[in-house]
Each structure stands twice: as C-alpha cells, then as structure tokens.
Design a protein around this ligand. Structure first.
Ligand code: PLP
Length: 455
C-alpha cells in the first residue's frame, strides 16, 4: 500500500534529515519504515527487520503496545493539552511528577519537564547556574563534560556534548563548557595497563581539569553512565566511583545524563544505580525511554540538594517550554512506567535478558572481524578489526562500519556504526529466541562484510 518510489522522491525533494548527508542519501533513497510490532519493524517494501536499536535507543517496551495507545487516546479525548505555567497543572503532569520519585534513586523528589533530552540538558545548564547564584557563588559557572559525549543538539546540548563534528558546525562549545577525554581504553589506554588502573587514570583527568580551571569556578560535571551515541563506551568499574569522589572533594554538582540509560536500559531504573556505575548524582536528565518513544517527553530529575535551594530561595525559575508537562505525553509516560513496573521488565533485564544478551553477543568474538565484545544491560558493542591478532583497525576512510550496517539492514537487523564500533540497544522486552535470531542475523552480516572486503 506504500508507493516507495513516490515517497523517496518526495523525501529527496523536501526532507532535510537529522545527522544525514542529504546529497548522498538522495542518491540511494531513504528506507521508509511503515510498521512496528514487538521488537520488529517493517519497511515499505515489506521487509521485516529486528530493531536492534529500539528506534533511537527509546522503544524500551517494543512496538504495538495498546495500553500506551489507549492512554494517549483517552487523554486526547479528555484534555489534549493544557500548560503548567503560572500556577496551573494537569492531572497527568502532576501524577507523573509524583510517580517518577517512586522509581528514581533516593533523594530525587522533584521533576522539571521538557520535550526532549536536549532541552533537559539546556534546562540543567540554567538550573546549575541558578543554584550557584543562589548559593552566593556565581563565579562557579564552568561545566566539565567529556569528548565524544552526546548530550543533544540544541546549542547547550551540543556544547555539553563532545562531538567534534558538532562543535565545528556553529562555533561551539559555548563559553563555560569544557571537556576531558572519555574513558575509552582502546583510544587512551597504555600498553599493559589494567582496566582498573585505566579507569582511575581517566577519572583523574577530571581533577586535573578542575585544578586547571580553578576549583572555585567549576559548577558541575556531566556524563552518561555509559556513553551511548559515542559508541557504547562502557567505562571500567573503577571510573565512576572515582569521579564521584572527585566531585565530592570539590563540591561539584554531579549530573547523570540518563537519556539512554534511564528507564531500565541497564537493568536498573537509572544507570547510576547499576553496581558497575554506582554514582550519586544531584541532577538526572531523562527522555526517550520514559514514554518508550511513543510520544516526545524529557526532563530533569532534581535531587534534594538543588531542589531545596531552588524552592526555598529561588523565587521564579524563568524557564519553561509550552509543552513542559504536556498532558498527553505525560499520560503515555504514566502508562509506560506502570507497564515497566507491573510487568517486572527492569528486574527481568537484570536477572535474565541482559545476562542472556551478554552471553550470546559474546559468541560473536570468534568472528575474524570482531574484537573487544562488551555489554552492560541492554547495550552492547564490538570493535571491527582488520587484523584481530595485532589489533589493527581498518583505515577510517573505508567506512567499514557503514558497510556492515548496510549488510545488517539487508539481513533484517538494525545495528549502528560508530567509527570502529558496531553497537546495539534492543528493546528491553526481547525474548531469548529473538536475541538468538538477532545474533544470527548479525553474524551473517559480519560474514557478508568480510566477503565484500575480500572480493
Ligand atoms: N543525552 C543523551 C545521552 C542522548 O543519547 C540524547 C539523544 O540521543 C540526548 C541527550 C538528546 O536527546 P533528544 O534527542 O531527545 O534531544
């Protein structure tokens, strides 16, 4: 029922895609996705594909959930929209604000709603500055982040992020934001260095940066528990506790960007609660999984340290979006969080699905192209090596990841390519049989990539 050629022509004529070279896209034509059910999507030509990326790291509950549709329908029929400005609210916004502290780490009792993760991080910049102003330390303005981090696409989000390709376009980062290197051992490790020692050394770059900027000028540190868009960079277990220690030592606010890791992705409600991460943030950014992507919603969970000062001393916080606390989005979020809870999805990820994914994903390590296979919860990544024995990477210009990604699509699985890394973040509700099928399709795609390279 879909005229793929006509859709592709319209797309090429009018649609500027995010993070896409539109000229090269138009030569090949867009892939038109038309339907989803469970962990699978279908394109306009009828091809069935296992969605190894949960859309864009967000469809945690999978596609086709009638309860989420019903929640949206009911709210749209009752009150599709009203705002939360100037002392008004709606029942879904308030109910969700009260529900989130029940699943958040202890000490998080307040929430500020946005439409997206990017807006959440912009909100955080303003909250952090407001906090230090109210604390009588307005000179504490600098936020330290990490190279290759992703914190969104607004000017603030892209500045907090550490993607050089984003900074080059638009003269970023904004003043007051500075970066340290990421805890990626393949890039920054020393020969013979243990993961433990590397984690401590990577965390020490934060202290060095604090001293360089001046401890009295640094406001906060922001990081994703596991860097997602940067390529599923899982830090050594020694990293986050040391980051925490340094933040405590200098009184910094610690911000955990949980846009990907939140809502069960790592087998805990928030990534900072995973024993491998184990941090105690003051502010948490969330988005994506809060609605399983069914409608746009994001926000900031504000911990008691900051909330107390804002509420007791802050007066108006001159910030907000028309759709902050959009009732239909909040109604869907309530249905989604309730389903994650009532169906025990998060616990099942921790005790069953993630360990199974880890074991099956690890079997790919025997493939001649593959090394450094790793996962945490429901995110996983591997490195494509030209020569595994000597750990030689392919020439970046070859774009081997993109070749592999295209083979994945042909073989019915979505994987994402990030430089030398191939990554997945499948829906949390994947069954063992679906994981098996996904891994078979990935292996076939690796075989096809290898065959193509040898041809
Ligand atoms: N932060 C992280 C860690 C993300 O992965 C993303 C998006 O992928 C964002 C922020 C930005 O979220 P959004 O695209 O909803 O603005």
């Amino acid at each position: 029922q879909f005229d793929t050629a006509a859709l592709r022509a319209k797309d090429a004529a009018h649609h500027l895609h995010p993070f896409t070279d539109t000229k090269s896209l138009n030569a090949a034509g867009s892939r038109v996705i038309v339907r989803g059910e469970g962990v699978r999507i279908w394109d306009s030509e009828g091809n069935e594909i296992i969605d190894g990326m949960s859309g864009l790291w967000c469809v945690n509950l999978g596609y086709g959930r009638q309860d989420l549709v019903d929640a949206a329908t009911h709210q749209m029929q009752t009150l599709p929209f009203y705002n939360a400005f100037f002392k008004t609210t709606t029942a879904p916004a308030t109910e969700l604000a009260a529900l989130l502290p029940q699943v958040a780490p202890p000490g998080f009792n307040h929430v500020f709603f946005t439409n997206s993760g990017s807006e959440g991080n912009d909100t955080i910049i303003r909250l952090v500055r407001r906090y230090w102003d109210l604390m009588g330390q307005p000179q504490r303005k600098t936020i330290i982040s990490r190279h290759n981090a992703y914190h969104g696409s607004t000017l603030g989000g892209a500045s907090l992020g550490g993607m050089s390709g984003m900074h080059e376009q638009g003269d970023l980062p904004l003043p007051g934001i500075t970066h340290i290197d990421q805890p990626y051992q393949l890039q920054h490790g020393k020969p013979g260095e243990s993961a433990h020692d590397f984690g401590l050394r990577a965390a020490s770059w934060l202290e060095a940066k604090i001293l360089e900027v001046g401890a009295d000028k640094v406001a906060a540190f922001i990081g994703e528990p596991v860097q997602g868009a940067g390529g599923v960079i899982i830090p050594p277990a020694s990293y986050w506790p040391e980051i925490q220690r340094i933040c405590d030592k200098y009184g910094l606010l610690l911000i955990s960007d949980e846009v990907i890791c939140g809502f069960g992705r790592l087998g805990h409600w928030f990534g900072c609660q995973h024993p491998h991460i184990n941090s105690k943030p003051d502010l948490i950014t969330f988005a994506k999984g809060v609605t399983s992507g069914y409608l746009p919603l994001g926000g900031v969970l504000v911990g008691d340290r900051v909330a107390k000062v804002l509420i007791e001393q802050g007066g108006d916080f001159n910030h907000g979006f028309t759709y902050s606390g959009h009732p239909t989005c909040c109604a869907v979020a309530i249905a989604n969080v309730s389903a994650l809870r009532n169906e025990g999805v998060v616990e099942r990820v921790a005790t069953d699905t993630a360990p199974y994914l880890k074991a099956q994903f690890a079997t790919l390590a025997d493939h001649p192209l593959v090394g450094d296979v790793d996962s945490l919860g429901m995110v996983a990544g591997l490195v494509l090596y030209k020569d595994n024995a000597s750990r030689t990477l392919f020439d970046a210009d070859l774009g081997v990841g993109y070749l592999c990604r295209d083979h994945c699509f042909k073989n019915g699985v979505v994987m994402r390519a990030v430089e030398e890394r191939m990554i997945i973040a499948p829906p949390l509700v994947m069954t063992h049989a679906e994981i098996d099928e996904m891994i078979r399709r990935i292996r076939r795609s690796l075989d096809d990539t290898l065959a193509g390279l040898r041809a």
